[in-house]
Design a protein around this ligand. Structure first.
Ligand SMILES: Cc1cc2nc3c(=O)[nH]c(=O)nc-3n(C[C@H](O)[C@H](O)[C@H](O)COP(=O)(O)OP(=O)(O)OC[C@H]3O[C@@H](n4cnc5c(N)ncnc54)[C@H](O)[C@@H]3O)c2cc1C
Length: 311
């Protein structure tokens, strides 16, 4: 993301005028930039550089990469592909976007950008517990954040799920399709409810309340129980949800649901005319393939609106 912003057309106030300002340079924002570039629109992507995809050591469910691909490699390819079709990439945190006559304006460290439409692709941040050497563990695969992404990689492994009641149970049930060795661990919250325990028992999922801490080992983690017993797990899945990065959307008066996800229609349009939302920021399956799909839908809708004034 270190290409300098290219100023294409200048107004009296020397702002960079573009057709679309994309906030967020993860898979969603970059795929939208690619589509819009190929539709021959002027696009700037402003990105703070904290894509969830940066945490992916090797994705094995990203279509088109049978040997797998790391998140950083995928992002690099997406940046190159978007730049190939004219998108300008700016590394910055967009702190505000205000309405202007006929569009929107934003101050960035590459100057003021004025755009006819805005795409929000700011994603989410995973809530994670205080596990020692977390980043390293995610890279090694001994802590995993997304069973849809990598449940296949834990077939027959010893797995612990920690997190909120219903969320932990849902994730544990999902993982049971891959391994018989699933344990739900309670630590940060009160013990699991009777109904959760009953379902877990029926599904042969172990439940462990008296859990104190994790100690990293070469092959995973030892969970230290309150009575001093040690239990080994190859993989830990935190099931603690995420924080939606919807600050910009909220500041723009865009409708968001209670959990913070931006509400969109079938074209990814938000409640504010001219603003789209795509990727994890929208309540959806948090997946790269979904981010790509939503980017394609939104970009095509925006293009048709520019070209013909209809969808
Ligand atoms: C450990 C891990 C493994 C995963 N494995 C897989 C997998 O194998 N397969 C799969 O399909 N999915 C996987 N995912 C999920 C995948 O990473 C996400 O679904 C995907 O990254 C979502 O893309 P996005 O563009 O919506 O958001 P992100 O990739 O999170 O990008 C959002 C970007 O917006 C930027 N941003 C936020 N606010 C601002 C602002 N105000 N100004 C400027 N920039 C801003 C952020 O810095 C970030 O760069 C995994 C996720 C994790 C955490």
């Amino acid at each position: 993301m270190d290409q300098p912003v290219r100023k294409r057309r200048h107004s009296a106030s020397s702002a960079t005028e573009v057709d679309v300002l994309i906030v967020g340079g993860g898979p969603a924002g970059l795929a939208a930039a690619l589509y819009l570039g190929r539709f021959r629109h002027r696009v700037v992507v402003v990105d703070a550089g904290e894509s969830r995809a940066m945490l992916i050591a090797q994705s094995r469910n990203c279509p088109g990469f049978p040997e797998g691909i790391s998140g950083p490699d995928l992002l690099q390819r997406l940046r190159a592909q978007a730049a190939e079709y004219g998108a300008t990439l700016v590394q910055d945190q967009a702190s505000s976007i205000e309405p202007t006559v006929g569009g929107f304006g934003a101050e960035t460290n590459a100057g003021r950008i004025v755009a006819r439409k805005v795409f929000l692709a700011t994603g989410v941040v995973d809530v994670v517990p205080a596990i020692p050497r977390l980043r390293e563990a995610i890279a090694k695969g001994s802590v995993r954040l997304c069973p849809v992404c990598d449940g296949y990689e834990v077939i027959d492994r010893q797995v612990a799920v920690i997190g909120h009641e219903a969320q932990a149970l849902r994730e544990a049930l999902f993982l049971k399709q891959y391994t018989q060795h699933v344990t739900m661990l309670a630590r940060y919250l009160p013990d699991f409810s009777t109904s959760t325990r009953r379902v877990a028992m029926e599904e042969n999922i172990a439940v462990c309340d008296a859990f104190k801490k994790f100690v990293p080992t070469d092959s995973g983690y030892q969970a230290v129980l309150k009575d001093g017993e040690m239990r080994h797990f190859d993989v830990i899945y935190p099931a603690m949800g995420c924080r939606v990065r919807s600050e910009l959307a909220l500041a723009m008066g865009i409708e968001c649901c209670d959990e913070g996800y931006v509400v969109v229609d079938k074209h990814q349009r938000t409640s504010v005319d001219g603003v789209y939302a795509i990727g994890d920021l929208v309540r959806t399956l948090n997946q790269i393939a979904v981010a790509f799909g939503q980017a394609a839908i939104a970009a095509t809708d925006a293009h048709n609106d520019f070209a013909f004034g209809y969808e």
